[in-house]
Design a protein around this ligand. Structure first.
Ligand SMILES: [Zn+2]
Ligand SMILES: [Zn+2]
Length: 487
């Protein structure tokens, strides 16, 4: 049985770092035991592989880690490039789900192709599983993706956030002739601009094109946004005002309620929310949870859609699409003929779906007539982090809804604006795009402004929070504290 012992820096609830001795005991087939300072920390089932970390990016989630509802202290860091014994380079998808461990059959969410929403997952460097700011990680076997030779280390360390950015771009699916804006391009937002540029390059080859607008507050970022592939870079905030509905899609990466309001104002077709700030915005309490569950909000159709074109058709997980009707009016007859519609209070309906016999234990769609009911569709039961609807499900707002107090609801009802959201993304399409586009493979040279040794985390975090830093990366290797590691 391999055993490895090393010293790593724990991140603590008071936002400081402190060294601890870690010991991993076990193997891929039988599972692992993780001890911290001689005390059992975590037992992992089978399906985890020991890798040595080469480098790990610092992201906004790390800087806000003390706000997240997962236990501390922990070795954090989830944007990992690692090597196996034979030197193969891997990037590691962060969700240790049943699917990632190679046992997808054990779970309805993993079976349904939603492993990033697996309810029993732990998450590398975020939730329980020690992360890449330590020298060794235990990575789920199916989550280790080999890095193609044409992708340099400097880009590989950005694959996790780049995959998340690309997933957002694929969710909004830019159409020919559209104007797609990225609001607040910085750490994550520049990667969204880069992902848009990669997708645009492929569309241009096929004779179609769209515009990429970077909307920044800090004028110093205007030229940088252009180097990442923005076709226009515009300043917002202060005296700089853009006309309402200037863009077909606005991808909001600001992580602020003001930013979200601006995105709603500037978008014609869709706002895509890419960040979580935990604060109420646009009259809604649970926008962060909406992003966690990758839900969307749209307008309920005025009349019966053609077969196969209802928002519920593509979401079906059971034998018939499940619609949770939270509105006070009655559902139309055409809907009850096509879907399994249940009326009632959100908490009651959630309890009923818990015992669903096929598909996911959730509704596919919720229909609401107020902002308060949107919040109920997202978190129907106090103290339970479960939505009424399935991950990537839809909340549809009746045209007759009360929109007072919510700029978002007004826009959804009056202008048919759609809100979508996304969190993690698949690594393989992200690596494909980086490997196929030499310009894009240089994103690391442009985005990573600071590098630190692994024993210098406090400094890395202080720098990552400063205005002069866009992306900081922590590197393992020769600089690891002397005597801090033995096998
Ligand atoms: Zn991250
Ligand atoms: Zn699962």
């Amino acid at each position: 049985m391999p055993t490895i012992e090393f010293e790593a820096l724990d991140y603590r609830a008071d936002q400081t770092f402190a060294p601890a001795r870690y010991r991993y005991d076990g193997d891929e087939q039988t599972g692992w035991r993780i001890d911290r300072d001689g005390v059992l920390l975590l037992e992992l089932g089978k399906g985890f592989r020991l890798l040595r970390v080469a480098s790990c990016g610092v992201c906004s989630t790390d800087l806000a880690r003390h706000f997240l509802p997962f236990p501390l202290p922990q070795v954090i860091g989830h944007e990992v490039v690692a090597r196996s014994d034979n030197g193969t380079r891997y990037v590691v998808e962060i969700n240790a789900s049943h699917a990632a461990r190679g046992v997808a059959d054990e779970c309805a969410f993993c079976r349904a192709g939603l492993p990033t929403h697996c309810p029993s997952r732990v998450t590398l460097g975020i939730h329980d599983l020690p992360g890449g700011f330590g020298a060794y990680i235990l990575a789920p076997v199916a989550a280790c993706v080999e890095v193609p030779a044409s992708v340099p280390d400097s880009a590989a360390v950005l694959v996790e956030p780049f995959a998340a950015a690309l997933h957002g771009v694929q969710t909004v699916a830019p159409k020919a002739g559209e104007r797609i804006a990225v609001l607040g391009p910085r750490r994550l937002g520049m990667l969204v601009v880069a992902a848009l540029a990669g997708v645009r390059a492929r569309m241009v080859e096929a004779g179609r094109d769209f515009a990429i607008a970077a909307l920044v507050r800090d004028p110093a970022l205007l030229p940088l946004a252009r180097t990442f592939g923005a076709t226009e870079a515009l300043q917002v905030g202060g005296d700089a005002r853009l006309p309402d509905a200037s863009f077909d899609v606005v991808i909001d990466t600001t992580g602020s309620p003001d930013g979200f309001d601006l995105a709603v104002q500037l978008a014609r077709r869709e706002v895509h929310l890419k960040s979580t700030h935990g604060r109420p915005a646009a009259g809604l309490r649970h926008l962060t949870e909406l992003v966690v569950d990758e839900l969307a909000i749209g307008r309920f159709p005025f009349s019966e859609p053609k077969p196969g074109e209802g928002p519920w058709d593509r979401l079906r997980t059971g034998s018939r699409p499940r619609v949770a009707w939270l509105a006070s009016t009655m559902p139309p007859a055409w809907l009850t003929a096509r879907a399994e519609v249940r009326r009632g209070a959100a908490a009651e309906l959630a309890a009923q779906y818990d015992s669903a016999e096929d598909g996911l234990p959730r509704a596919d769609v919720a229909v609401v007539d107020s902002a308060a009911k949107i919040d109920l569709a997202i978190r129907p039961r106090d103290g339970r982090e479960e939505a009424l609807i399935r991950p990537r499900g839809e909340i549809l707002v009746l045209p007759s809804a009360v929109t007072y107090g919510s700029s978002l609801l007004s826009a959804v009802v009056a202008r048919d604006l759609r809100l979508s959201s996304s969190r993690c993304g698949d690594f393989r399409p992200a690596l494909d795009l980086l490997a196929s586009n030499g310009e894009l493979a240089r994103i690391g040279e442009r985005l990573v402004t600071h590098r630190f040794a692994a024993n210098d985390l406090a400094c890395a975090f202080a720098t990552a929070r400063s205005r002069g830093c866009i992306k900081a990366v922590v590197e393992h290797g020769t600089a690891i504290r002397a005597g801090g590691e033995r096998t």
